[in-house]
Structure formats: C-alpha cells, structure tokens
Design a protein around this ligand. Structure first.
Ligand SMILES: *Cc1c(COP(=O)(O)O)cnc(C)c1O
Length: 338
C-alpha cells in the first residue's frame, strides 16, 4: 500500500462521504436552486458568524474572487512574502485584478500588526492605493504555523483604522482552530472575508467556500461566474463539503499529533539541517550535504512512502485524513533505517 504524504489534498472520499454525496439533493446553482450548495454555503457562513457564503471549485478561485471584489485595478494588496495568493496562484493577483503586491517578511508566514503599520503609506496621488490585507492561517509555506487570535485582532484593528479590508486565506483555518481552541466567530468578526478549503485536511474531493457579508457575496457571485466557476448540479460535490464539516473537523488534532511524532524522529537525524516548528499537520525540513534530498526521498519511495521536494534541499511531509496510526508505524520504521 502506498503512503502519500506529499499533501493533504491527496485524500479520497470515505465510504460514508461517498454515500452522503450519492444521496444529495441537487438543482441548478447558477439559479441558486441547488439545496446542497445552499446548505453548505449557509453552514460555512454560520460557523464564522457571517451572513453568506459562496461555493467555488478551488481555493484559488475563492481567494482570487475575494481579491477582485475588494480591490480596483492599480490598487495595492499587502501579504506575507510566502503567501499562497502571491506565490502559488499563477500570478492571479496581477492577471485577474490588476493589483500590485507589497510583501511583508514575516515569521514563518505570519506578520504582526506593527509590521503591517510599517508597510502602510500615506495617501497621495502618485502612490498606489492600498485596499486589501491578506493573512494566511495556517501558513502553508510557514510549515503549518498559526496566528494567535490576539495578533489577528490587532491586525484587524489596524485594517479598520486605515479603511482596509482584511481577507483570511483560511485554507487550513480548521487546523489552526483545532490547535488553539479559538472560536471561529472571532475570525468572522476580525475578517471581512474568509476562504476555507474543504479539499485539504477535511477530506472532500473538491471545493472551497468564500464567506462574507451578503453584499460581498453578491458581488463575489458575479466574479465567480465570469471566472467560469458557476456550476449547475454541483450539490453532489457540495454534499462532500457538508459531510466534511460535520465529521472531519474534530479529528484534525490527530493529524497534528502524527506530524509531531514524525518530526520527533527527524529531529534526531544527523543529516537534518533544519526544521520549521511543527505546529499543525505540515513538516518542512532541510537536509545537509551528506544527504541529497533525492537520495532521501528515493529511500522512502522504496517503502512506498511519498513526500515532496520543495526546493533548496527542503522537503515537505503533510499528514491527513487518509494517514492512520498503522501507516505512521510504517513511516517510523522506514525513517529509522535511513
Ligand atoms: C491549497 C491552498 C489554497 C487553495 O488551493 P487550490 O488548490 O486552488 O484549492 C489556498 N491557500 C492555501 C494556503 C493553500 O494551501
């Protein structure tokens, strides 16, 4: 059996999820007539205490839609240098919104309200108009690091004071909430819009939801349509999201515990040069010259274990719903041999 730890996106629907999908009630969502999509959108919004949500095929689409709604061409967006919206969405900020980006060099993907204040500039005809701040929680390239709620609240205050909108790329917000125990509704209060991914740790095959107030979501529906994301009987897919929110949120801590176990073994390896703090389900580490990254990944591959190389001799392991304790044992045994 293969053990795939390249990403938490590799999960397959569970039998329970498939059964739930199969029995979904559907309709034409472009006419807002798909009961399952409507239910998912409302469910996701209410978790965060927001008015409305909009279901999209991907997290890239929810993020890019939010950016388009919050900005005008020529505006400036502020995010961390490692941000997914900046690095891994195909240059979409420029392509879709005509917006330029100011990057903050944060701490493993997170920045402080003070750093945000320093990145702001006064209003002038010749300066770009800053209109949007994006935070990512947990941070993917930051090794699954999470914000404290206190930091998010302070960032939100700076945004409000300066009339900036705040978007949360919450692809893995439930991983952060599982660790901190923070109330999701506090994030709803702090952020103008929130994107959540159902297809990462939550184990749905497809889908993300963009959450905000009713006016924001009405605008987002226009943008989703022009990006080609208006789906018809998508309720079969949305049902997977409903099932994921009902059944797969509480278990996320298991993924974090397994990631910490793997990190514990790696830390004792002489050839592991550095590792980002393992706070949730992502382990990012680098190897020294005595162990080329492909030698390491090939050794694991012999035991049917897949992990990913992310450049500069750095490697990434991500735990998820389809990785259990038995597989963890296999991985531990394999790592001890290398
Ligand atoms: C995965 C991810 C997204 C969305 O990616 P899609 O593959 O388009 O669903 C957005 N932000 C972060 C931080 C992610 O990890």
């Amino acid at each position: 059996m293969q053990i795939d730890l390249r990403s938490d996106t590799v999960t397959r629907p569970t039998p329970g999820m498939l059964k739930f999908m199969f029995n979904a009630k559907v309709g034409d969502d472009v006419f807002k007539e798909d009961p399952s999509i409507n239910e998912l959108e409302q469910k996701a919004a209410s978790i965060f205490g927001k008015e409305a949500g909009i279901y999209c095929p991907s997290g890239t689409m929810t993020n890019q839609t939010a950016i388009k709604v919050h900005t005008q061409p020529g505006d400036e967006l502020i995010c961390d240098a490692t941000a997914h919206v900046y690095n891994y969405e195909g240059g979409g900020i420029a392509f879709n919104s005509g917006v330029q980006t100011k990057l903050i060099q944060g701490d493993n993907g997170r920045f402080t309200s003070k750093q945000l204040e320093q990145a702001l500039h006064p209003y002038a005809d010749w300066l770009p108009k800053t209109s949007l701040v994006v935070i990512e929680n947990t941070s993917n390239r930051g090794g699954g690091s999470y914000y404290t709620l206190d930091n998010v609240k302070k960032i939100s205050q700076v945004c409000k004071k300066n009339k900036l909108n705040l978007h949360l790329d919450g692809a893995r917000i439930f991983n952060a909430l599982a660790e901190t125990g923070d109330n999701a509704k506090e994030y709803g209060k702090a952020c103008d819009s929130i994107s959540i991914c159902l297809s990462k740790g939550l184990g749905a095959p497809v889908g993300s939801v963009l959450i905000g107030n009713a006016e924001f979501v009405a605008k987002a529906r226009r943008i989703r349509k022009l990006l080609g994301g208006g789906m018809r009987q998508g309720g079969y897919l949305a049902a997977a999201g409903i099932y994921a929110l009902d059944n797969h949120v509480k278990r996320l801590k298991e993924d974090h515990q397994r990631a910490k176990r793997i990190a514990g073994i790696l830390k004792n390896k002489s050839y592991v040069k550095s590792m980002l703090p393992v706070e949730t389900n992502i382990i990012i580490f680098s190897l020294d010259n005595s162990m080329p990254a492909d030698t390491f990944t090939n050794a694991l591959k012999k035991d049917n274990i897949l992990i990913s190389m992310i450049g500069n001799n750095a490697l990434r392991i991500v735990t998820h719903l389809d990785f259990n304790d038995k597989m963890l044992k296999t991985v531990e045994t394999a790592l001890k041999k290398i």
